[in-house]
Design a protein around this ligand. Structure first.
Ligand code: HEM
Length: 393
């Protein structure tokens, strides 16, 4: 067996590869660069917990340029995280539920021809982008530009292959527009604060250990990258898993209070972020292997979430399972800042979908997967449903 996340067959179904890694190669060398993949639950948790051994500096390139929350280590990380935590609170997220529901309902009402919906482009993608644009306070007239900029910001990340020169120059133009727009917005909010996240971040700028304008800009970009495609993929993977397990879908239909745990099980079963990157800060011993200083390390969150030592019968999709401790949002100091928002959006999206689209079914047996090495999701998921009673809310 050869595990290589670049191979199409691995991308198609990585789970048998992960099982073999956990069984026989818990610290697996990847190619000639000397990177290693870590696959067992305990070891992935060890890597994430011990940030002094496994630095996040390797992640800087993921999110564009500059000092980024996700690519920083303490003490820089501690300072940035405490400032953005203040602006991005669970209470603020919880208050968004009615608006998220309204947007989800509008998107579903507007979707395609009667009795048909393309889940990704008509719900799973626009929902998180619309909500984050509103949270940031983007001018409603510029929402379509914002979607284009955010798509380009995301499509420049490693693993997605930005093909031609034309496309590359379009992406860099979009990124420039994005950054010009937000620099202006930051200036405006500084003169005249509003009730939005940028204003809250700018307020944090004025306090001690303040955020700089560059940091506010870097953070808005990170929110896009970290928060959009991931949530889109969670919604797509979750609906696909339910349709592939009709008895589980039936349980959820019969008891909607299972929806929050269905979201957690989908995160565990088919994790939108399969792995990220660390670099060994010095020689570290793990699962009997010495990882040399400077080695790139891939903690395989998605494999940890299928580890039989942690989750009994891990390949079974079970909406009633105890999912506690799954690592789909990471663990430790970099634990996903947007987890409450992602959970809420996925919950509301599934509730509205089940309410408005009875007898959901796949239009085609093909699964059209995203072209990325570390994100797992669908390019599209065309569905059919029953139109009788479909307007009930
Ligand atoms: C299902 C959706 C999502 C998944 C699976 C996900 C996954 C993750 C993971 C695994 C990490 C840890 C990174 C690490 O270990 O280095 C992370 C960090 C982060 N996520 Fe998410 N995320 C999701 C949605 C969001 C949303 C909606 C936002 C914001 C709007 C967001 C913002 C962030 C930020 C800012 C960090 C960096 C935190 C830090 O470094 O301290 N994420 N996410």
């Amino acid at each position: 067996m050869q595990y290589n996340p670049l191979l199409p067959e691995v991308r198609e179904d990585p789970y048998p590869y992960y099982a073999e890694l956990r069984r026989n190669h818990p610290v697996y060398p990847l190619g000639e660069q000397g990177a290693v993949a870590v696959s067992r639950y305990e070891d992935v948790a060890f890597v994430l917990r011990n940030h002094e051994h496994f630095s996040s500096a390797a992640m800087g390139s993921l999110a564009g340029s500059g000092e980024m929350l996700i690519g920083s280590d303490p003490p820089g990380h501690t300072r940035l995280r405490s400032l953005v935590n203040r602006a991005f609170t669970p209470a603020m997220v919880a208050a968004l539920e009615p608006r998220i529901r309204e947007v989800a309902a509008e998107l579903l009402d507007r979707a395609g021809s009667p009795g048909e919906i393309e889940l990704v482009s008509e719900l799973a993608n626009p929902l998180p982008v619309t909500i984050i644009a509103e949270i940031l306070g983007v001018d409603p007239a510029l929402r379509d530009d914002f979607k284009r900029w955010s798509h380009s910001t995301v499509s420049g990340s490693p693993g997605s292959r930005t093909a031609s020169d034309d496309e590359r120059s379009r992406v860099s133009k979009d990124r420039q527009e994005f950054s010009d727009y937000f620099r202006r917005a930051i200036e405006e909010r500084r003169r005249e604060p509003r009730e939005d996240l940028i204003s809250a971040l700018v307020r944090a700028e004025d306090e001690e250990h303040a955020l700089t304008a560059d940091e506010v800009l870097a953070f808005t970009q990170l929110l896009l990258i970290a928060g959009n495609e991931t949530t889109t993929n969670l919604i797509g993977n979750m609906v696909l898993a339910l349709l592939e397990h009709p008895e589980q879908l039936q349980r959820v239909m019969d008891d909607r209070s299972l929806i929050p745990n269905t979201v957690e099980e989908a995160l565990r079963y088919d994790s939108p972020v399969q792995f990220l990157f660390r670099v060994a800060a010095h020689d570290v011993e793990l699962a009997g292997t010495t990882i040399k200083q400077g080695t790139a390390v891939l903690p395989l969150y998605a494999s940890a979430n299928r580890d039989e030592r942690k989750f009994p019968d891990p390949d079974r999709f079970d909406v009633t399972r105890n999912t506690q401790g799954h690592l789909a949002f990471g663990y430790g100091i970099h634990f996903c800042l947007g987890a409450p928002l992602a959970r809420l959006e996925a919950k509301v999206a599934l509730e509205e979908l089940l309410n408005r689209c009875p007898r959901l079914a796949r239009k085609s047996a093909n699964v059209d997967r995203l072209d990325s090495i570390f994100l797992r999701g669908l390019k599209q998921l065309p569905l059919t449903f029953d139109t009788a009673n479909s307007s009930a809310s």
